[in-house]
Ligand binder design. Structure first.
Ligand SMILES: *Cc1c(COP(=O)(O)O)cnc(C)c1O
Length: 387
């Protein structure tokens, strides 16, 4: 039985705004100060807005130690918008993309290429297996026409960590261009451009950087981005034009999401104050540890072994007890102040609980306590999954 929980602790424990805690892959819980930063209007030429936009862009490059080699291009929209923008801007119409897939976000990149008319191939491993650098090596050896490779750093579908350094080494050795979707890892799992060779990485304001949702960004190798003029099949998602315009005018090309920029800037200040990637990743690792240990004590089984698990979101196997119904379980946890997430796997019936956002040990212990009460209410004593 769990030793860290007591029955009376962690009763309905809403956040300061009375909203439930979001233990999901996003949107995520943000700090009161991040929300507060949105209570202003700014014109697009406002000096303060221009200053924080500049600072935001510079800080993002610093997170990957990009130095003078990388530039920062923010873009309106959710994370997928900037993934689509990256693929359309970097892969020219004559190019060919190889996507490493072990989940929904890899699959989505293939779909984007089909929409925008880019040649694409996929190299797939099962959802509970990391992408395979040796298979990548063989694929690049066999096909000279592959110009670019795309990979997801942490595949949020399961929470699996992909071997980004090994993938980058293979791509660099074959002199192809690597594009990374680091959406759910960026800011919590190190990605150091001094040691890992890639041409572009994308992420968004509302995952591990804990801003509000509404914008993404691409950190791009400057000498590569410089040569992408005319590639993009989309006006609004053209990162080359977005970059050139922002350099020229210090303003966004189209109406800037000013409240999102202001709150993201505040979130980045809090990120720095927490100790950057090390501090943020450390808190999430602690969250993840508490969650997994507590859920195991309750009888749940995580999908992934510890060495493949990123401290971002954890996938648990659905108990085989016929009284366990996810919708019911979800609703009861929601009433207790915690929002979890369904699974979307083909390999097994699962659900997910996130470790990211402005949450800590208290919320992790809280969701464990709420889970324990909920199981009791549902009359479930055995959480083992089907063999
Ligand atoms: C969240 C996420 C995205 C973007 O999803 P949106 O819903 O468009 O914000 C892309 N890739 C990964 C790996 C993600 O976790």
């Amino acid at each position: 039985m769990p030793t860290t929980l007591s029955e009376k602790d962690h009763q309905p424990a809403a956040s300061p705004t009375g909203d439930p805690w979001l233990l999901t892959p996003g949107p995520l819980t943000t700090s009161p100060e991040v929300k507060q930063a949105m209570l202003h209007d700014y014109g697009s030429r406002d000096h303060h807005l221009i200053a924080i936009n500049r600072e935001m862009r510079d800080l993002l490059v610093k997170i990957i130690h990009g130095g003078q080699d990388f530039v920062s291009v923010p873009l309106q929209g959710s994370g997928t918008f900037v993934v689509e923008a990256m693929l359309g801007t970097f892969v020219p119409p004559s190019g060919k993309l190889l996507v490493l897939i072990n989940g929904a976000y890899g699959t989505r990149m293939v779909k984007i290429c089909e929409y925008i008319g880019r040649s694409v191939e996929a190299l797939e491993t099962p959802e509970n297996v990391p992408v395979d650098p040796a298979a990548l090596d063989a694929a690049l050896q066999a096909d000279d026409s592959i110009s670019h490779v795309a990979v997801v750093h942490c595949e949020t579908t399961t929470g699996i960590l992909n071997p980004i350094a090994e993938v980058a080494e293979v791509v660099a050795r074959h002199r192809r261009s690597l594009l990374i979707d680091a959406m759910s890892a960026f800011g919590a799992i190190p990605l150091d451009a001094r040691n890992i060779r890639f041409d572009a990485v994308v992420a968004s304001s509302n995952k591990c950087l804990e801003g509000t949702p509404g914008m993404g960004f691409c950190l791009a190798r400057k000498d590569v981005l410089t040569n992408t003029q005319g590639n993009s099949p989309s006006l609004t998602l053209d990162l080359y034009e977005q970059w050139v315009a922002m350099e020229k005018t210090a303003q966004w090309r189209f109406t800037p999401p000013v409240q999102v920029i202001a709150s993201f800037h505040q979130a980045l200040m809090e990120f720095e104050a927490e100790g950057g990637v090390e501090g943020r990743g450390g808190r999430y690792a602690e969250n993840c540890k508490i969650l997994i240990e507590g859920m195991k004590d309750l009888g749940f089984e995580p999908l992934l072994p510890a060495h493949l698990q990123a401290p971002i979101i954890v996938t648990f196997l659905t108990p085989s007890d016929p009284s366990f119904n996810f919708e019911n379980f979800y609703d009861r946890l929601r009433e207790k102040g915690y929002v979890i997430y369904p699974g979307k796997l083909t390999v097994a019936d699962t659900f997910r609980i996130g470790c990211i956002g402005r949450i800590g040990a208290e919320q992790m212990l809280g969701v464990l306590s709420a889970t324990r009460s909920t199981l009791k209410e549902m009359g479930i004593s055995n959480c083992a999954a089907a063999a």
